[in-house]
Design a protein around this ligand. Structure first.
Ligand code: TRP
Length: 349
């Protein structure tokens, strides 16, 4: 892996392997939408990225009400899930944001090229601040600036995250451009958003017009990666389809529930939705589809769950993985910060 990012110019698509960066929240239980949309893409990114950098964003988690002891637990849970899903610390950089102080420092420095008006208008800030019962922290407002710092510290080219992060990605690109205009062209790289094709579409099994999500969905419609096999099969059996009679086993905008099941089956089997449709030609009804998806998801998740239990049990080993990742991350981030400080006239010459 080439870690000499500081000297490298932006990569035009396809020329040299891109630097890939993504951040993942340590909060909440990870579900099938996270798995298909983000986590499998992280795993694939290990072969494309040079390097692929994945950050568990504990600093972002402090912007809303949280419990400190629980935060550490959730970081370990998330680390173990990522490793169980196939992230390999030899082939990527996996680390905890709070281990690399350059993120917070760059966040502060970038506030000088961030418009307060832009932050105030962010939809996620508006939604989250409206939902806060107690304190609306300044951190919540600065959340997107910290996210920009995460990516820009590594001069990353590609950011694989969901559609819901579009605004944050646009802001981060504006910040990078404004920084370069103000302090020197080429110091920061303006990153590209990479939206997963399928993950963006994984829907709640009970409310298929909504995304599968820990906040906006239903518990029975959300398949958690660590759900018992029996619970997974049950959730699929009870999935909402539609009342077409005779049942139509095909995708379509008018059939969100059936489309979702076909997409999920294709994703976990690693085939295309079209070939799943062909295969279903002989099925008797929606029941067959539901059983097939439930079985395929269980088959995929059971080995992941077994690996998770083994990995999660050894917290010292988890901390060792995170520490090694942080050391690698820090070498790159420190080089960027040296350039940024110099350009901004901050600190000793
Ligand atoms: N805000 C992102 C989310 O909620 C998480 C995140 C933090 C992130 N820093 C990032 C994603 C940097 C991509 C790049 O999903």
């Amino acid at each position: 892996m080439a870690h000499a990012l500081a000297s490298r110019a932006p990569v035009p698509c396809g020329a040299v392997a891109p630097v890939i960066f993504s951040g993942i929240q340590p909060t909440g239980r990870k579900h099938l939408g996270n798995y298909i949309g983000a986590i499998t893409q992280y795993v694939a990114g290990q072969d494309r990225g040079d390097p692929a950098i994945y950050c568990i964003v504990d600093l972002h988690a402090t912007t809303v009400a949280y419990d400190p002891v629980e935060l550490r637990e959730r970081v370990h849970d998330t680390t173990a899930v990522l490793l169980a899903a196939g992230l390999d610390p030899e082939r990527c950089i996996l680390f905890r944001q709070g281990d690399v102080p350059e993120h917070a420092e760059l966040c502060w420095l970038l506030t000088s090229v961030t418009a307060l008006g832009e932050l105030n208008r962010m939809h996620q800030f508006r939604d989250k601040s409206a939902a806060q019962r107690e304190l609306v922290s300044a951190g919540l407002l600065l959340y997107p600036v910290l996210q920009a710092a995460d990516v820009l510290a590594y001069r990353a080219h590609e950011v694989p995250v969901g559609e819901d992060q579009r605004e944050h990605l646009e802001l981060m690109r504006n910040i990078a451009e404004r920084f370069n205009t103000r302090f020197g062209e080429g110091i920061l790289v303006v990153p590209e958003h990479r939206i997963p094709e399928v993950g963006a579409r994984v829907r709640d099994l009970q409310l298929p017009e909504r995304k599968m999500s820990t906040t906006g969905g239903s518990d029975q419609g959300t398949v958690y990666l660590l759900d018992e096999p029996a619970a997974i099969r049950r959730k699929f059996k009870r999935a909402v389809t539609d009342s077409d009679d005779p049942p139509l086993l095909r995708r379509g905008d008018d059939k969100p529930g059936v489309t979702n099941l076909i997409d999920i089956l294709a994703a976990v089997r690693g085939t295309t939705p079209a070939s799943v449709e062909l295969e279903l030609a002989g099925a008797r009804g929606y029941g067959d589809l539901k059983v097939a998806v439930g079985d395929a998801v269980v088959e995929r998740l059971v080995p992941l769950q077994e690996r998770f239990r083994a990995i999660r049990a050894d917290e010292q080993a988890l901390e060792a993985v995170l520490a090694a990742g942080a050391a690698k991350a820090r070498a790159t981030a420190a080089a960027t910060l040296a350039d940024v400080r110099a350009a901004m006239g901050v600190g000793p010459p």
